[in-house]
Design a protein around this ligand. Sequence first.
Ligand code: DGT
Ligand code: CA
Ligand code: CA
Ligand code: ZN
Length: 577
Amino acid sequence: MPIHNREIADVFNRVADLLDIEGENQFRIRAYRKAARIVVDLPRNVGDMVREGEDLTRFSGIGKDLAGKIKEIVETGVLGQLKELEKKTPPDLSRLMKMEGLGPKRVQTLHKELGINDLDGLKKAAEENRIRKLEGFGEKTEKLILEALERMKDEGEKERIKLFAAEQIANDYVDYLKKGRGIKDIAVAGSYRRRMETVGDLDILVTCKKGSQVMERFVEYEDVAKVLSKGTTRSSVVLRTGLHVDLRLVPQVSYGAALHYFTGSRDHNIAVRGLGVKLGLKINEYGVFRGKDEERVAGRTEEEVYRQVGLPYIEPELRENRGEIEAARNNKVPILIRRDDIRGDLHVHTNETDGRQTLEEMVQAAREQGYEYLAITDHSKRVTMAKGLDARRLAKQIDAIDTLNGKVRGIRILKGIELDILEDGSLDLPDDILKELDLTVCSIHYNQNLSRKRMTERVIRAMDNPFFTIFAHPTGRLIGGRKGYEIDLEAIMKAAGERGCVLELNAHPDRLDLDDHNCRMAKEMGLRVVISTDSHSSSDLDFMRFGVYQARRGWLEKDDVLNTRSFSEIEGLLKRK
Ligand code: DGT
Ligand code: CA
Ligand code: CA
Ligand code: ZN
């Protein structure tokens, strides 16, 4: 059975979670989290490597012990150690640990003091006001827990997965299907094609030659845990990861219409169908039909479908019925930014703090991306967990970058720092070192629970400092995790515009912060955005595309994004007036 690197990483993360709840020592816990990251970063499928007898210990960070555990997971599908842990500590507790207001210590207390083992138990205890009585909890935490539970209910039973994870699964499935005989067209439609940050399920569409056994092949995929239905034009399965996948087989003449229909969004489709009705057209997943006798007038391509209702082609990322149809009618659809437009990355870490690679390695990796420039922005001293830089170490890094700039060709290295915005709005390092830098990427890591008003004031006060350049991951949210702190983004954007500061769209697939709505708000306020990866290893530089997808969903064009500019332009733009 092929097992994804991400699934193996999940096993290690679960071990780390449970050890954390048990109160194991942090050193050991971190080792498992690190193992998870290493496995995700490996260049190939680990399962394949194990089967081919490759020696995993040749990768840095993988010792004999870890290699043995990976082998065990690949060969048996489980890790004995995790099973043991789950006997002692209910596995559901790790879900509780990720909830707002709860960490491993509190979950352990809930488990020990109130016997809470799962979400239901938690809900009951909160409703009966038993949690507030525990030491270190209080009314506020109890309320937070109830709110978080409510949100989880809203999100429904079906767990949504991040686009990044969906991509690995979709690519493998599509590659597998393509290897079968007779497939002509194949596309993954739905929210996946609209590049939403999370997807609920995958909707695959195919056309094929007569007699090809595509449905058989679909349900026989090794990752399938359960076949929900199997028909001649439609089948549904559940994968081992719990993800649902639908496959629809459509005739060639309907392919464009079906692609349009199943790409959605539902609201966009309804609006397009409405336009059709006014023109006497019937639009469905089989095609576009005119008049009483339903003469087929389009269906092979999406362009044809749009043309029939008098519209130009609309990119999938825009199809949310958020004004794209009106824009298209007035010939005002934005020309969306593309990955190729990006000329540099302005937020990356090195192993001076919590990155995995050296300065030189990151620069080399950025050159391989074809970038004109790269900003090095390691953490500042407040982030002690990441060995944040003080003024002295930063000065050393500045020298190292100056030297490297004298040596490397084809790329400029910008001197920066990811500077912590302290609780009172001051910056974590003194001006006399900040003035030596090309830019600062300012962000909040601590004291995230201030009121909306105080948080907003804190950031605006920080922006008053003339060395503040970019506000990084502005809301602090984590997709599927932390909701983000309270902050008035509109006020922040206004203040940023007045001061010549820029907001970041953090491209890390767990963050995508700004989100699509925020991007659009920035654009409407005339504010430029910078898309940055926040890379902690050279392979993270590839996250840029997720930032670009989100920017496209937020209607951003090339000119709306600062790091589409050349080095000479950007140098001027980063300077505060
Ligand atoms: P997801 O899977 O929750 O992330 O979101 P989608 O957008 O992929 O939704 P899904 O998988 O339920 O359906 C795929 C597309 O099929 C959807 O975007 C639009 C189309 N579709 C599904 N049901 C309906 C419907 O009742 N009416 C219309 N007009 N379109 C529908
Ligand atoms: Ca879907
Ligand atoms: Ca679906
Ligand atoms: Zn960072």
